[in-house]
Design a protein around this ligand. Structure first.
Ligand code: SF4
Length: 291
């Protein structure tokens, strides 16, 4: 049995950058280190930081000691950033530059009188942060909708959650154009995500099954599993090698491995090794049973 790694998988530059900034903060000895929300959507990486004394907070009020607060790649509302600063700590801004671009554009559209529309998941931290740049006035539209409701007579300024699939973004923009006279679209879908999605589609054509690695709370990882299944492939979304089961491999000749943007290389390698081992064991059992 062969295990094939997707041409594109794992950490994007925005996540790598935020992790590096958090790591450097733990080495600075500038007091307690906090991250505002889990640094990335990967419980294993968050656990590693916890062992280094890093505390995850959900509210600026949770800051109880002097030190550093690292803002993760998804970014935060401007009001949250001000509240953190008011607590007298240093702010290390790990907001991905691509997300930062969306935030600036959301503010610009809002200031110019547009009704801002964010296409994305309402409860995703990036979307929550973006709403703050429109004084909480933006409308959020789910990328899976088939029809849209918008207030009449408004000029619309549209921004995607960066991890959207381009086809979903374009489809919803099409629905909005049918409803409004003026629609200004900011295409800020992230290439890192689309590259992994395209490579995963390619991989799906070559294999019998796909292992998709990443946090169960990672939107872009869950999307990869959906993409594989939509192409008729069996896909298992796992966080760690321990979750892999031998009975997945019976009858499999080629198994693909892909990973979301918040999955570190060491987990990808460990999954590849365990998949190879269990796949070979399953193969030997089948041979023995047939001989
Ligand atoms: S997926 Fe793209 S936008 Fe999101 S953190 Fe990574 S590089 Fe930035």
């Amino acid at each position: 049995m062969e295990v094939i790694l997707s041409k594109e998988a794992g950490f994007c530059f925005g996540v790598e950058r935020a992790i590096r900034m958090a790591m450097q903060s733990t080495e600075k000895e500038a007091g307690k280190v906090y991250t505002f929300g889990p640094i990335i959507h990967n419980p294993q990486v968050v656990e590693d930081f916890k062992k280094k004394g890093v505390e995850v907070i959900a509210d600026p009020e949770d800051i109880s000691a002097k030190g550093v607060v690292v803002i993760r790649a998804h970014g935060v509302k401007p009001t949250v950033e001000s509240e953190i600063k008011q607590m007298g700590v240093e702010v290390v801004d790990g907001t991905c530059p691509i997300v930062k671009h969306s935030q600036k554009y959301a503010k610009k559209l809002y200031d110019e009188g547009y009704q801002v529309v964010v296409i994305g998941e309402r409860h995703h931290p990036e979307v929550i942060g973006l709403l703050g740049y429109t004084n909480e006035t933006a409308i959020v539209i789910d990328p899976d909708v088939t029809e849209v409701q918008i207030p009449p007579g408004k000029k619309l300024g549209v921004i995607p959650q960066t991890t959207l699939e381009v086809k979903d973004f374009l489809r919803v923009v099409g629905l909005l154009i049918e409803k409004a006279r003026e629609v200004r679209v900011f295409n800020n879908v992230c290439n890192a995500v689309t590259d992994i999605q395209e490579a995963t589609k390619e991989l799906s054509q070559e294999v019998d099954m796909v292992l998709v690695i990443g946090g169960k709370n990672s939107a872009n990882t869950s999307r990869l599993a959906v993409i594989c299944r939509a192409l008729g492939k069996s896909a298992h979304h796992i966080e760690t090698p321990k979750e892999i089961q031998k009975d997945w491999f019976y009858g499999m000749k080629r198994v693909g491995v892909t990973a979301g943007t918040s999955t570190p290389d060491w987990i990808i390698q460990a999954v590849m090794e365990r998949a190879q081992k269990l796949g070979e064991e399953a193969e030997r059992e089948v041979l023995a049973a047939n001989s």
